[in-house]
Design a protein around this ligand. Structure first.
Ligand SMILES: C[S@@+](CC[C@H](N)C(=O)[O-])C[C@H]1O[C@@H](n2cnc3c(N)ncnc32)[C@H](O)[C@@H]1O
Length: 364
């Protein structure tokens, strides 16, 4: 079986490592490939069938897709691949031609293997890049072809709101993927614990990527914790060290506490109301600091960012013992604040978040 796994752009290596570690535990043969066909934000896992022994001692097949949906912290979706294809030049094709190419490709695929006669289905689509067709065009075309193919075996049932089977058709640049989306309509990064929705919250998958980059094993702080995504995800990993979340605004701090309560980890995190530019007043030393810094403030207040970063890193230098990981769009302000306060950048990468590529730094 081939699985197309989706995640944020820029963390494919971390997602691959997580998937490899999870599949290792199943004791199956597998191969993992980052960015299949060069597509960012995608990981391909080729996995043999996995089994477990039930209470009566019978061998049963274990669903690898269910296992990954339940265990992964970095993936967004787990899609069983039906087919992948590169359509050279589809970006420039007129709509009719582009859709014809997709139509003839999909009509050759044995889609009936993936839907039982009694099951309803829907097609969800995703498109990224420059094309003359829309994602709605793709969903309609693919849906029509699948319907016609299934008609050979009975009367197909379409249910756009609550389908039993979700086909996912993706056109990313000139690469087309078709598969069965085993995750469902809500991406895995939308955690069920989120009862308070911070306007600038970090995706839980990216929070886990930052944690992976920090490799923490001591006391830990998120000095701009907002709704608590990073501390909560860390606690959910079974972290045993001290975890602190600092936030300047009471409303967000309350929200973080509500989220932690809903995640069942409120007793694992110390939430503190306070100003990160006075960090040393709350903690005398801390081993690890991981945060997504405030950015994209309203125009007119944007000038406040360099000052805020300088003030924060100046305080951080007084307390940080080991490593910090920070994500922001404000490249110039953060690099200046890092360097002027005596830190060194050990690693830099860009991570896709909210349609932007955001700068991520590991500092010591
Ligand atoms: C980008 S958001 C963090 C979002 C968070 N990672 C989440 O997932 O909800 C930055 C947060 O920093 C807070 N903040 C701004 N200035 C601060 C300061 N001086 N000290 C502490 N927190 C501050 C903001 O209120 C905001 O909640």
């Amino acid at each position: 079986m081939r699985l197309i796994l989706t995640t944020s752009r820029g963390i494919e290596d971390l997602a691959s490592a997580e998937v490899s570690a999870l599949l290792d535990r199943l004791g199956v043969l597998f191969r993992v490939e980052e960015k299949p066909l060069g597509v960012e934000g995608r990981v391909l896992a080729e996995v043999e069938k996995a089994h477990y022994t039930d209470e009566k001692g019978r061998m049963r097949e274990l669903s690898v897709s269910t296992y990954l949906n339940e265990r992964s912290r970095l993936l967004h979706r787990v899609i069983i691949e039906i087919a992948s294809e590169r359509f050279e030049g589809i970006n420039d094709d007129e709509p009719e031609k582009a859709l014809k190419r997709i139509e003839s490709f999909v009509s050759s695929l044995p889609v009936e293997r993936f839907v039982k006669a009694s099951e309803s289905f829907a097609v969800r689509s995703f498109r990224k890049g420059e094309h003359k067709i829309t994602s709605v065009d793709i969903a309609k075309t693919v849906g029509k072809v699948i319907f016609e193919r299934l008609e050979r075996f009975g009367t197909p049932k379409v249910n756009l709101d609550h389908p039993a089977v979700i086909f996912r058709a993706e056109l990313i640049g000139d690469v087309f993927f078709l598969g069965i989306d085993t995750t469902g309509d809500s991406s895995l990064h939308k955690r069920p614990w989120r009862v308070y929705d911070h306007p600038a919250h970090l995706k839980a998958s990216i929070a886990n990527a930052l944690i992976k980059l920090a490799k923490p094993d001591g006391s830990f702080i998120d000095p701009f914790c907002g709704s608590g995504t990073i501390p909560i995800e860390l606690a959910l990993r079974g972290y045993t060290g001290e975890i602190i979340g600092l936030e300047k605004f009471r409303k967000h701090l309350r929200g973080a506490e509500m989220n932690a309560l809903s995640a069942g980890v409120l007793d694992r995190i110390e939430f503190v109301l306070g100003d990160a530019t006075r960090l040393s007043e709350y903690v005398s030393e801390v081993d690890f600091a991981v945060s997504n810094l405030p950015y994209g403030l309203k125009i007119g207040r944007k000038s406040a960012i360099p000052k805020l970063y300088m003030g924060f890193f100046n305080e951080l230098a007084k307390v940080l013992q080991r490593r910090g990981v920070f994500i922001t769009t404000e490249k110039r302000a953060i690099e200046r604040a890092i360097e002027e306060n005596g830190f060194e950048i050990r690693h830099h990468r860009l991570i896709g978040h909210g349609g932007l590529m955001v700068h991520t730094y590991v500092i010591e």
